[in-house]
Design a protein around this ligand. Structure first.
Ligand code: UDP
Ligand code: MG
Length: 324
């Protein structure tokens, strides 16, 4: 880990902004003009990296027609929709600035927070600035309940508290490099950046509603469940130990039930136990199936990792220089 930068970063060090975008043709023009305004306001140039994650709308066309007044634009088009995590990695790999800010394309992460994040980083202390949600709004009951369960389990199983955290973060270049050097393929940006343990500060923001013209969240419930499963599995092996505990508990129960059954048999009482047999069978059957499923989940992850396929495939890169 390189934690040596204790000198405040100088103003000549420019910032890279990384944006994963999947079908964001409606929001990108607004976002880009607001970013331009923000950097104009602080009198700095920046590098904007937008990763088109296999969009099926006009996202790529919007990018090819975009003009920045204050920055250089690098647009990266992935060959298909790989998902937000691979898109973030693709963007971070292209970073040439002294720090990178990762943010969503849908204006839920307000660009107006950027000067504060940059100031905190430039002050020379933190190498990571986390923007955390003050409140969760604009989410359905089911999503909110799902989030509660996921963060609770994550905290209990891994000891990392991700409640209210987001992917809206500033990372010093050294943290970006450390993150990209991690050998795993199925990366979980939010958890891993915390796991790196770099000096960090948090600032809070109120997430904006997704603008109606930008459509709904790009995450289906299915994709979210997949992310929750993957991130838990990649951070903890505790569920596997729970399987062992389930086995021990079942063993203890079977000793008690076994002794009771034998006692009844020896003492001449008729063993009247068809119901018990069915219940025990069902109970043990379920525990076995769930345990096998759990082991299967880990096996699948090992299989995915061992194949060593790249996280994403880049189809096209477009660079636009700052006209100024
Ligand atoms: N996104 C992506 N690939 C995907 C899904 C989402 O690059 O497969 C991007 C999306 O364009 C947006 C960000 O990830 O910039 C967050 O997505 P969204 O706003 O749908 O997520 P939510 O705000 O509901 O967490
Ligand atoms: Mg969003």
């Amino acid at each position: 880990m390189n934690l040596t930068r204790r000198q405040p970063a100088s103003k000549s060090e420019y910032i890279s902004v990384v944006i994963p975008a999947y079908n964001e043709a409606a929001s990108l023009p607004y976002l880009i003009s607001r970013l331009d305004e923000v950097f104009d306001g602080i009198g700095e140039t920046y590098e904007l990296i937008v990763v088109d994650d296999g969009s099926t709308d006009a996202t790529w066309e919007v990018l090819t027609h975009s003009k920045l007044t204050r920055g250089t634009l690098r647009a990266i088009r992935l060959s298909r929709n790989f998902g937000k995590e691979p898109a973030i990695s693709a963007g971070l790999r292209a970073v040439s600035g002294a720090a990178a800010i990762v943010m969503d394309a849908d204006l839920q992460h307000p660009p107006e927070l950027l000067p504060k994040m940059i100031d905190l980083w430039r002050s020379g202390g933190p190498l990571v600035v986390n923007a955390v949600k003050k409140i969760r709004q604009g989410e359905s009951m089911i999503r909110r309940a799902g989030a509660h369960i996921f963060y609770f389990l994550f905290r209990k199983l891994t000891g990392l508290d991700l409640w209210h955290t987001t992917d809206f973060k500033l990372l010093d270049r050294s943290a970006v490099e450390e993150y990209l050097a991690l050998p795993e393929h199925g990366r979980f940006f939010r958890g891993l950046t915390m796991w790196l343990g770099y000096p960090a500060v948090s600032i809070s923001f109120i997430p904006q509603e997704r603008p109606p013209e930008a459509g709904g969240s790009r995450w289906s419930i299915n994709k979210l469940l997949g992310l929750a499963r993957h991130s838990l599995i990649s951070f903890t092996a505790l569920p596997l130990q729970l399987v062992t505990w389930c086995g021990i508990i079942t063993l203890l129960l079977s000793i008690v039930l076994g002794l009771q059954t034998l006692w009844q048999k020896w003492s001449g009482e008729a063993v009247e136990g068809f119901t018990t047999v069915i219940l025990v069978q069902l109970g043990i059957g379920s525990v076995l199936m769930i345990s096998l499923g759990l082991i299967g989940e880990y096996l699948a992850r090992i299989y995915e990792e061992i194949k060593g396929r790249p996280q994403y495939i880049i189809a096209e890169v477009m660079d636009k220089q700052n006209p100024k």
